[in-house]
Design a binder for this molecule. Sequence first.
Ligand SMILES: [Zn+2]
Length: 469
Amino acid sequence: MLNRSSYGYSLDQSRKLTHLFYVDDLKLFARGRQQLEGELELVRGFSEDIGMIFGLDKCATISVKRGKLEREENMVLIDGQVLPTLGTEERYKYLGVQETYEIRQRENKEEVEKELFSRIKKVLNTQLSAKNKMTAINIWAIPAFIYTAGVLTWSRTDLERLDRETRTTLTQYCVLHPNSAIERLYIPRRESGRGLSSLENVYLKEESRIKTFFLQSNLPVHHLQQPEVDLPSTNTYLTQGYLYPQTEGTLMAIQDQVVPTRAYAKYIMKQNIENTKCRLCNNVEETVQHLSSGCSTIANTKYLSRHNNMGKVVHQFMCLREQLLQEFVPHHIYEPTTVREGNEIKIYWDLTVQTDPGAEHNRPDMVVWNKRRKSAIIIDFTVPLDQNLAKVYGEKIAKYETLSRQMKQTYGLEKVEIKPLVISCNGLVHRKTVEHLREMDLPSNTITWMQKAVILATVSIIRQVLFPH
Ligand SMILES: [Zn+2]
């Protein structure tokens, strides 16, 4: 009901967050007080229907304007119940984490640390056997801390310190000799160790699990499930399964961000690497995102040819549709001519469009003129990072706005449409891309070939940079 409502806090132009909900822990987000009242009324009405009531003593409202807490009146529900406003010094708990309008890092960290060591000491004070003590710490004390992974920021230094303090505590309780090998403490018992979990290890694992979850999950806050993504088309390469197994494997690794970039080697693999700047441009951190779509050194070569390969597919299918071509050839051997002309249409490929008085952006990737209908379509291709899928579409429309207006005037056209075709470097297909191809009567496998061109190029870029031989 909340998702279907018109309420919600806008994260950006296309994504809206109405609530977070876990069992009976609910947090509503709204743009302004009035909206919040609307949301609360929805929840109140629904709760009433299912025979539940608000635990008013555990509810609070908070109002933040431009990053600052605003003092506001208590909120009164339609049935007369009052929700108090959270005071400036007060905090509330959401899923056990102390929050105000932000997560209080320091307070939470101190509290979690205290809880961790209190549990460890409780375990050490029991009469449990050596092995059972380790197990109890692993499954009862450490999870209290690991719970904060991805929510609170623990640095590697923090984690190392906590592991060290844990060992000191073990030593105080005569469970660990101060000169014993540290490594052995953390080795599994069946491999002759003592089987304690290292906080650092478990924490990093949990953090990466959360990351994977975010990348795969379909909540509106997670970028892979942007409403702009056309899922069936996006999964074409998986459902059709035309990739070589190795290529599919590499692509998955790129999508999971587990390829050995310098940043990955240093921060995840913990290798001793001094310079994590990109090996090509030496300018920006070498992450997989940077190599896939952000490196200036290969922008005009590798990225450009990926972009062109995707475009060539559309050009070719357009020519086939107009019977300007007889048969389909793979995109890497296909070379579009600058101008192709048929009975009804004329196709420009990467050609400046002269208009009066002239537009700043006057060279879209393709322009399709329809002579009979007195109309034209401006087509521009783009291969952004996954998370920029939504943004670039709007940018392209804005970019060619002036040109389209001037084309109409200069050439007396009745209609000039702008159709940006967007597939992200990891193959996410913008739903408008599917829509536009359909509007242009291009066959449905156009998308398959476009996506294939992009995916193969991305895999090849990453391979060439990271495994040059
Ligand atoms: Zn670079």
